[in-house]
Design a protein around this ligand. Structure first.
Ligand SMILES: *[C@@H]1O[C@H](CO)[C@@H](O)[C@H](O)[C@H]1NC(C)=O
Ligand SMILES: *[C@@H]1O[C@H](CO)[C@@H](O)[C@H](O)[C@H]1NC(C)=O
Ligand SMILES: *[C@@H]1O[C@H](CO)[C@@H](O)[C@H](O)[C@H]1NC(C)=O
Ligand SMILES: *[C@@H]1O[C@H](CO)[C@@H](O)[C@H](O)[C@H]1NC(C)=O
Ligand SMILES: *[C@@H]1O[C@H](CO)[C@@H](O)[C@H](O)[C@H]1NC(C)=O
Length: 329
């Protein structure tokens, strides 16, 4: 496929950061033919070194910018994982997003361009190396559908995936019926996967409105379709969009049931979710069984109440596991 890619306005916006991380935005990454615009938000440790990278496609397949999740993504970077959020994907139909994930991943891997150039041209991270051999993909809500559709065709450069509150279907409510998962039919790829669901995902705000992630098109539907090493964690007290920061979180309550009452500690929830994400990344890439223990027995390590299960599907983790990988049928 032919495409030309140029970065316009590479004047980046830096935000004040306490501690050892930096966040900057690149306003317009334009992939021409056809013209697609991405906005990138990069969160990175600033301590010199090489770090694994997560590409993040936020809720509503990138319509919600990564900056709506500042607490969670900042914590991820503080825990030594680089996160590159993609949003504001313009001029495209939701069902085409997987094609643009492909285009984006092809670009981000380029040795003299992509992530390498993003870091080389930003002073605050000049001795930080994004380790593109340790690349994962993080999604929220119906962004899982686009990721699933991409992986249905190819693994590309991805070596693990993490899906927060994954919905299958173009919209989170299941109004448009277009599924990539058909459990128990296996999806045609195997990769280490962490699914993080919320207990209130399938609770609707009112009798006449659908839940934000109805059970029959979400969470377990993915768990039962994935045949790589698959880990499932349910943060039982929280809701579908409780990982957003204010004021977006408040706005989300018009659609999605939030945690209610004195059990809710939203900042703790976002910290716990970030901890699960980075523990999984380090466990898989470093073949670190202690980190994996956090994923296998999360309740011992987290403040929030959790339920969990996992199915290794025959992959051997007795001494560290196979590392990051993705194989395709
Ligand atoms: C997923 O890939 C299979 C072939 O492996 C194909 O038959 C199917 O139509 C694809 N699903 C979607 C939704 O594109
Ligand atoms: C998560 O746990 C809650 C509380 O036990 C339960 O109602 C919900 O169905 C669970 N969700 C999933 C996807 O397993
Ligand atoms: C959510 O799903 C679980 C499991 O299917 C079900 O037991 C529970 O009643 C559902 N909750 C609501 C509010 O629909
Ligand atoms: C999921 O459940 C809802 C409500 O029971 C139903 O209307 C819808 O058709 C179901 N969707 C699928 C894909 O099973
Ligand atoms: C898993 O790997 C370990 C270490 O390489 C080996 O000792 C053990 O026999 C393997 N288990 C299975 C079931 O293959």
């Amino acid at each position: 496929m032919f495409f030309a890619l140029s970065i316009l306005f590479l004047t980046t916006i830096s935000f004040s950061s306490t501690g050892k991380i930096d966040h900057w935005s690149v306003g317009n990454i334009i992939i021409t033919n056809p013209t697609i615009r991405f906005r990138l938000d990069i969160y990175s440790p600033t301590t010199p070194g090489s770090y694994p990278v997560l590409i993040y496609l936020p809720g509503l397949a990138g319509l919600v910018p990564t900056t709506c999740y500042t607490t969670m993504v900042t914590t991820i970077a503080q825990q030594n994982v680089i996160l590159i959020g993609i949003s504001k994907i313009e001029n495209i139909k939701p069902e085409k997003i997987s094609i643009h994930i492909a285009t984006f991943l092809e670009w981000v891997m380029k040795p003299n361009d992509g992530a390498t150039r993003l870091f080389a041209e930003h002073k605050a991270v000049k001795d930080v190396l994004p380790n593109m051999d340790r690349l994962g993909f993080l999604s929220h809500s119906s962004a899982a559908h686009s990721l699933g559709q991409y992986l249905n065709t190819t693994c590309g450069p991805l070596k693990l995936i993490i899906m927060m509150n994954p919905v299958d279907g173009i919209d989170p409510f299941g109004i448009v019926q277009d599924f990539i998962t058909h459990p128990p039919t296996p999806l045609p790829f195997r990769t280490p996967t962490l699914i993080i669901s919320a207990g209130l995902d399938n609770v609707s705000i009112g009798k006449k409105t659908p839940a934000c992630a109805p059970n029959n098109i979400s969470n377990d539907r993915w768990y039962r379709s994935l045949y790589g090493p698959t880990f499932f964690i349910n943060l039982t007290d929280y809701g579908h969009a409780d990982n957003l920061d204010e004021p977006f979180h408040e706005a989300s309550k018009l659609m999605c049931t939030p945690c209610k009452g004195s059990i809710c500690h939203f900042s703790q929830y976002k910290t716990d979710e970030a901890t699960l994400i980075t523990s999984f990344v380090h466990a898989i890439f470093n073949r670190d069984l202690q980190q994996l223990q956090i994923i296998k027995t999360p309740q011992i390590y987290l403040q929030s109440h959790v339920l969990n299960k996992y199915d290794l599907h025959g992959y051997n983790y007795t001494s560290g596991g196979p590392g990051g990988f993705c194989t395709h049928d």
